[in-house]
Ligand binder design. Structure first.
Ligand SMILES: C[S@@+](CC[C@H](N)C(=O)[O-])C[C@H]1O[C@@H](n2cnc3c(N)ncnc32)[C@H](O)[C@@H]1O
Length: 282
């Protein structure tokens, strides 16, 4: 791809991504990873992402707040799992590197923690590889989580993750991009059924239960870049089959083991979050 006309060549786009992207990265098509990065205050996004991100935030002003609350939940959940002794993390739909990355939190608790990031956005692996070049215990690769076998047999997973030991499988703000025809429950089961006792499953997911505005406003905008499925509390909870839910269960993002007093008005937080623990078989 020529740099002409891309955000890399645009002197106005001072916050453009700082690494070369490969040919499959299309800066003119908005992408969920980069819009999310924009909302959480990251720098790995293009004009098209910001434009659609702004249109979505106009239709639903709480979106950036929601994105940041999700990122904060992910951080708390990783810290929790690490605190329970988990030293291996499989972060599916990991997103672009931003503040509070899984490996930073996990390796602060356990310097030898292994972290594997997976995302289907090529930009994520390009940035990830640049960021992690000198990291022996952290890997990032591009794959579609709808193909669990391809992920679980990838050399980075095989070399870094020991499935005889507890693993935390992270599915933060990604399962709502998996439509029912792709069998999200089957995908979660494929990633979790062989896990050792003491493993954790971390999920956050947008819900249709709490949506503050008509989804019809948002759908035409978001469909320009991604498809998805909002789900109910019962549907999201059912992904934890085979796990015991850690207290307080599946709750709105800010209510999951908050570090500080959660906001009184939770109306903008239309995502549920939960963490499950895999117990010993009776
Ligand atoms: C909203 S971001 C969440 C990032 C991160 N998990 C977090 O919670 O901060 C969703 C990410 O999922 C990725 N994604 C969406 N569908 C995917 C799929 N089928 N396989 C792998 N990654 C996917 C997107 O590229 C994006 O980076």
């Amino acid at each position: 791809m020529s740099a002409a006309g891309t955000p890399w060549s645009d002197p106005v786009a001072a916050d453009r991504p700082a690494v070369d992207a490969d040919e499959r990265i299309d800066p003119s098509t908005p992408h969920p990873a980069r819009m999310y990065d924009y909302w959480i205050g990251g720098k790995q996004n293009f004009a098209a992402d910001r434009e659609v991100g702004d249109r979505m935030a106009e239709a639903m002003p709480g979106l950036p707040l929601l994105a940041r609350a999700n990122r904060a939940f992910l951080g708390r959940a990783v810290r929790y799992a690490a605190g329970q002794g988990v030293k291996q993390f499989l972060d599916l739909g990991a997103g672009l590197p931003a503040s509070g990355n899984t490996h930073e939190i996990a390796q602060a608790a356990h310097p030898d923690a292994a972290v594997v990031y997976v995302d289907n956005d090529p930009l994520v692996s390009v940035h990830g590889r640049a960021l992690l070049a000198d990291q022996a215990r952290t890997r990032v690769f591009e794959a579609d989580l709808r193909d669990p076998k391809a992920v679980l047999t990838h050399p980075d997973v095989v070399s870094l993750i020991d499935f005889e030991q507890p693993v935390a499988v992270l599915l933060a703000a990604v399962l709502h991009f998996v439509t029912d025809d792709s069998d999200p429950a089957g995908i979660v089961a494929a990633f979790t059924e062989g896990l050792a006792p003491g493993s954790h499953l971390v999920i956050s997911h947008a819900t249709s239960d709490l949506l503050p505005v008509e989804t019809d406003t948002l759908r035409p905008i978001y469909r320009s870049s991604a498809t998805g499925a909002l789900r109910t509390h019962a549907e999201i909870s059912s992904f934890f089959e085979g796990f015991d839910l850690v207290s307080p269960g599946v709750v709105q993002l800010p209510l999951w083991r908050p570090d500080t007093e959660p906001p009184e008005d939770l109306s903008q937080y239309w995502m549920y979050a939960g963490v499950g623990l895999k117990q010993e078989k009776p």
